[in-house]
Unconditional design. Structure first.
Length: 284
């Protein structure tokens, strides 16, 4: 596990615990051992078991974490996803942080998988966006991948994405794309250039300017079909804006290459998972 994810986990634990878990300190002796079972309470895709394990291991390296599944597995309601063993106090203190990661990531993976399953008969791939919880982007995007989606750019640093305000300030799509090409060449970079468009005239201009990807922002399905014909495979096309589970199949069947949805991460419903803890023994 990379250092940045460990830092996220440590910050989450620190945020929750700070000077100590008062209730657990007051009620649970240090010599009591316990077992915790991660009970899945709804069908879905499990994601974040590795993260949950790391939460417990960072807090108490003596904790044992036994996974019954791997991330990306489909789970039915009633499944025990993992069992954690160790000091009862440690389990109780780290419980909520572990569940927060596991529930959110599983919710993202479940929704992503639902989108992707509806379009598997097409060439289109589901993409995430930058509409993530601040500080949790790496985990949000990891959950999208676990659910079967693909990651769009991670931030402002790994791809050019020319949006309406860039176009307004630069003067035109052509000028904005040309400026990005010149900047890319100067930096000896191979980063892709994408342009957001809202009509077919802009699609044509972006195509003429040699954009690598053209985003079709809030296009109606018929207009998407026209854009696919216009581009004719000369660059990639991404549909975006108001994508739902009800509309994604029809959009994918237009022939676009990618479909991006902020809903995967900005307002996702967490998968219902609980940690059922039972006492094993006292070492007194």
């Amino acid at each position: 596990m990379n250092r940045s994810i460990e830092d996220i986990i440590r910050k989450a634990l620190e945020e929750d615990i700070q000077t100590g878990d008062l209730t657990t300190r007051a009620t649970i002796p240090n010599d009591v051992s316990a077992e915790g079972k991660f009970l899945v309470k709804a069908d879905g895709i499990i994601a974040g078991l590795e993260i949950a394990e790391k939460v417990f291991r960072i807090f108490d390296e003596k904790i044992a974490f036994n996974k019954n599944l791997i991330d990306g597995s489909f789970v039915k309601k009633g499944t025990i996803a993992a069992i954690v063993l160790g000091r009862a106090a440690s389990l109780l203190t780290a419980e909520r942080t572990a569940l927060n990661f596991l529930q959110r990531m599983s919710g993202i993976a479940t929704l992503t998988n639902a989108f992707q399953q509806r379009i598997n008969h097409t060439k289109a791939k589901i993409l995430d966006t930058r509409k993530t919880v601040p500080g949790l982007r790496e985990l949000d995007k990891l959950a999208v991948k676990i659910g079967g989606g693909k990651n769009h750019r991670f931030g402002l640093f790994d791809m050019f994405l020319i949006k309406d305000n860039h176009i307004a300030v630069a003067g035109s799509i052509t000028k904005a794309v040309q400026a990005c090409i010149e900047y890319r060449n100067k930096k000896n970079s191979a980063l892709l250039i994408e342009v957001e468009t809202t009509n077919l005239e802009q699609v044509q201009e972006a195509l003429n300017a040699n954009a690598d990807i053209i985003m079709l922002d809030n296009f109606q399905v018929d207009m998407m079909k026209e854009a696919v014909k216009l581009v004719n495979g000369k660059c990639k096309l991404e549909a975006s804006g108001g994508i739902t589970l009800e509309t994604v199949k029809q959009i994918a069947e237009t022939g676009v290459d990618y479909i991006s949805s902020g809903a995967l991460t900005h307002s996702v419903k967490a998968l219902d998972i609980s940690l059922e803890i039972s006492i094993l023994k006292s070492t007194r």
